[in-house]
Write a protein that binds this ligand. Structure first.
Ligand code: ATP
Length: 305
């Protein structure tokens, strides 16, 4: 049986500027994305019907990941099939490493991976541009999961402009036992800003300068997330996690996207190991560390009949 396996990365937002609600109901965003070395894998195999199963190690709770056609990987396969008038099924297997509802766009990574895996399995004549367009229909963060690296996101996040940055960064990631619903965090954000007019979201100059200069301390000081206050209102205990990371000498600490995962910028790999070990010893967790930027979704294995 033929199969194609694709690996797709988690994303973090080095800055996340949230603007007013647009006429389509989405908030206008100005963000700097970075793909980090935590990956989900999607394998697409020939089948008559479309199906999905989700696997993960004991660390991850995947009970909330749907296995019907609301799973974003299934939506991706159906969208691609419709677009190319393909009348074939596919058996999708998702091997998850990215926390579920963790603010790291795990579902989006699965959608991007499924698009690429099905395009490979069905030997479709597609371009990256076409896949990016389809990705935007699936969700705001899906195009970035295809592109990877470090990039500016505008619109509702789906308009991705790659940034040519030097240098490698290391991040410590502290996950939470329970995920946070992205819509709930946006509702809290709206409640916090009720009555005040939100301006057009901007990219912070200091962040862009720190990226250009590859200055880790400056970057750490310039990290920002407009959703952080809302996430902290819903999970006050995350403030302690952020504080502990700073005490453990991280250069910067912030909530990832809509949370609840927390991110800590480190000097390099050995510093990340040190900070991760310190945080684990303080009982927060699960803790991992990962480099960024890494590439977007990529085929990692292929078998033929
Ligand atoms: P984002 O940062 O993009 O808002 P997130 O990382 O907080 O997303 P996800 O893990 O992408 O959250 O998933 C959010 C919800 O989407 C899950 O709770 C689940 O109900 C649904 N979902 C659908 N397909 C998937 C999938 N393949 N993997 C994970 N969740 C999925």
């Amino acid at each position: 049986m033929s199969s194609v396996t694709v690996s797709a990365p988690a994303k973090i937002n080095l800055s996340l500027g949230v603007g007013p609600v647009r006429s389509d109901g989405f908030h206008a965003l100005a963000t700097v994305y970075q793909a980090v070395g935590l990956h989900d894998e999607v394998t697409a195999r020939d089948a008559d019907e479309v199906s999905v199963r989700v696997r993960a190690g004991s660390r991850l709770d995947v009970a909330d990941v749907p296995t019907d056609d609301t799973n974003i990987a299934v939506r991706a396969a159906l969208l691609l099939a419709e677009h190319h008038r393909v009348q074939r099924g596919v058996e999708l297997t998702i091997d998850k490493t990215i926390p579920v509802a963790g603010g790291m766009a795990g579902g989006s990574a699965d959608g991007a991976a499924a698009l690429l895996a099905c395009a490979g399995l069905w030997r479709l004549d597609t371009s990256v541009e076409e896949l990016v367009e389809l990705a935007a229909e699936l969700g705001s963060d899906v195009p970035f999961a295809l592109v990877g690296g470090t990039a500016i996101g505008s619109g509702r996040g789906e308009v991705v402009t790659p940034l040519m940055t030097r240098g490698e960064y290391w991040w410590v990631v502290v996950e939470s036992e329970r995920g946070l619903s992205t819509p709930a965090v946006y509702r809290e954000f709206d409640a916090l800003h009720a009555g005040s007019a939100l301006g057009v979201p901007q990219l912070p100059d200091e962040l862009m300068a720190a990226l250009r200069g590859h200055d880790v301390a400056e970057l750490g000081a310039a990290l920002s997330n407009d959703l952080q206050a809302a996430a902290l209102r819903l999970r006050p205990e995350l403030a302690t996690v952020l504080e502990l990371g700073r005490l453990e000498s991280a250069h910067g600490a912030l909530v990832s996207g809509s949370g609840p995962s927390c991110l800590f910028l480190c000097e390099g790999r050995s510093h990340a190991v040190l900070v991760a070990t310190g945080l684990s010893a303080r009982g927060v967790g699960p803790v991992s560390y990962a480099p960024g930027p890494v590439h977007g979704a990529r085929v990692t294995a292929r078998t033929e009949d």
